[in-house]
Design a protein. Structure first.
Length: 528
């Protein structure tokens, strides 16, 4: 069976914008309104289908359709559907020689783009795939035509990606986008510096994010322009101005001022700044270390900043509070927490928390680029959450926009814990007793240390080789254990006092350096 090219997978996988596609987009956007990327793709697909159908119709008007069963004479113009409907002229004819198939002819056909003619069978009566029953036009309409809906369902995402990339890279002087919507540059409403100053003043006075509709009420724009075009134009101008940040989601942008964002959002907190650390070896981790890696759920570990479709149904999760996030007053945006925030879109998005036990509410801020949620410092202090404590977060069944937060509690008791300190310019550990009613991971529990002194070591630790850093920290931890062993979690926590680092580079040092020996269950000792 012969298919239209627009119905073939290879046609769309190799799709690139052509001049005719741009004309189709001009026609769509000529109404002066923004249109979605889906609408742009729909217009292009419809154009391509129409173009192909027109090409076929023209070919059929000027030549005979080639079918092996038909006979042709020198001088005939013949259209070949299997060759993308190219038309050729019959320039020669001779009898065919093959007793198995009986009498038939061989025609020579000259094509405009080929130097030498090609030969085809004619008057060939045996069954053949290129022979069609009935009218060719009816056949093409019934069997070979492709519908816009069918193509969009099969290849829409691929086409949309290619169209968006091409428009941004090569046609940015004509087409402009905002949040997957597109408009002609010439249709943009002029938004001047004075308008942006007014928008800044409105948000500043309000002290809260404002929508495009709210801001437009205070800005003088020409009459007779579609409302959605005004909002698009304003959003485009706000996005380009470094004073403003979009903290809305999807089709509902909401604008705020960078300078009004709380600490930990305008700039990534010191303790969360991660500079990639190369593993010292590709030697595989053992089963214990792989399990510990999964339990730690460090947001910078490979795969820990994503989640499966099944996880979308997660209603409740537990986070172990690591030192960097305790110090910064943040939560890790990892595979455990992301499902609870999957309904929120945008790079910086406010999220409302409610304390399950005390009932008070506060606002956190999802910072996707930094892979954290800011705004929990006061809550940590109020609830006296220790480093290594367990935090429980769940969806509010009565309010999808709110997350319930609490600690896992037990009766108040006093525990001996390691306390980070600095002696002679080196990290070491003392011990102290702390009172806590929060359950915790005993390998990650730390007491209140001399944080200013610890922070003073960070700059040198950032420059230090990861192997040397671990060789310095390991024996200090080993002193606090009567068996001289160190748990991998404790080592991870200690390294992160001085340098933000996911577990993989740390654990690769353990498995590949002769200094360290596995003693089982996640514990290691040094033979130095």
């Amino acid at each position: 069976m012969i298919k239209a090219k627009t119905k073939e997978k290879s046609y769309w996988e190799s799709f690139n914008l052509e001049e005719g596609d741009l004309s189709a987009l001009f026609n769509l956007l000529s109404d002066g309104r923004p249109h979605s990327a889906h609408e742009l793709v729909e217009a292009i697909v419809a154009y391509r289908i129409q173009k192909e159908q027109t090409s076929i119709a023209r070919a059929l008007e000027h030549g005979k359709i080639y079918q092996p069963k038909s006979d042709y004479e020198v001088g005939d113009s013949v259209v070949f559907p299997s060759m993308n409907y190219q038309m050729g002229e019959v320039v020669g004819k001779r009898p065919g020689v093959n007793p198995e198939y009986g009498d038939f002819n061989v025609i020579k056909v000259k094509f405009p783009d080929r130097d030498e003619p090609l030969e085809f069978a004619a008057g060939f009566t045996p069954p053949h795939v290129l022979n069609i029953k009935g009218d060719w036009r009816e056949y093409l309409e019934k069997e070979s035509g492709a519908s816009v809906k069918e193509i969009l369902e099969s290849y829409g995402d691929t086409i949309r990606t290619r169209v968006s990339r091409s428009l941004l890279e090569s046609h940015g002087d004509v087409f402009v986008s905002f949040d997957e919507s597109w408009l002609l540059v010439d249709a943009l409403v002029p938004i001047g510096e004075g308008d942006l100053n007014i928008a800044e003043a409105v948000i500043d006075l309000k002290g809260m994010p404002a929508s495009g509709e709210e801001l437009l009420k205070e800005i003088d724009v020409p009459e007779g322009i579609p409302e959605e075009t005004k909002i698009f134009s304003l959003s485009h101008a706000l996005r380009k101005d470094e004073r403003f940040v979009n903290i809305g989601s999807g089709e509902n942008p909401s604008w705020f001022l960078w300078r009004l964002l709380p600490d930990g959002i305008r700039e990534t907190p010191l303790w969360l700044r991660y500079t990639p650390v190369e593993k010292v070896s590709d030697e595989p981790l053992n089963v214990d270390l792989l399990q510990i890696r999964w339990e730690l759920a460090d947001e910078w570990s490979e795969g820990m900043d994503t989640f499966t479709e099944e996880a979308e149904h997660v209603q409740r999760t537990t986070i172990t509070l690591s030192y960097p996030h305790w110090r910064a007053g943040t939560l890790p945006l990892n595979y455990r927490l992301i499902p609870l925030l999957s309904h929120m879109e945008g790079e910086i998005v406010p999220v409302r928390f409610a304390d399950t036990r005390k009932g008070n509410r506060f606002v956190g801020w999802v910072v996707r680029e930094g892979r954290y949620v800011a705004g929990l410092k006061d809550w940590y202090e109020e609830r006296q959450v220790p480093i290594g404590g367990y935090i429980v977060i769940e969806r509010n069944p009565d309010d999808p926009e709110e997350l319930l937060i609490d600690i896992r509690t037990h009766r108040m008791r006093r525990e001996w814990v390691n306390v980070p300190t600095v002696e002679n310019g080196h990290l070491t550990f003392g011990t102290n007793r702390i009172a806590t009613s929060c359950e915790y991971d005993e390998e990650m529990l730390l007491g209140e240390g001399d944080w200013d002194a610890v922070d003073a070591l960070r700059e040198s630790a950032e420059r230090e080789n990861i192997v040397k850093l671990i060789q310095e920290i390991f024996p200090e931890l080993a002193k606090k254990n009567s068996q001289g062993t160190v748990h991998a979690k404790a080592l991870y926590q200690a390294v992160n006092l001085l340098r933000r680092c996911p577990p993989e580079p740390i654990f690769s040092v353990l498995v590949s350096t002769p200094d360290f020996v596995d003693s089982g269950n996640g514990f290691w000792f040094s033979n130095r």
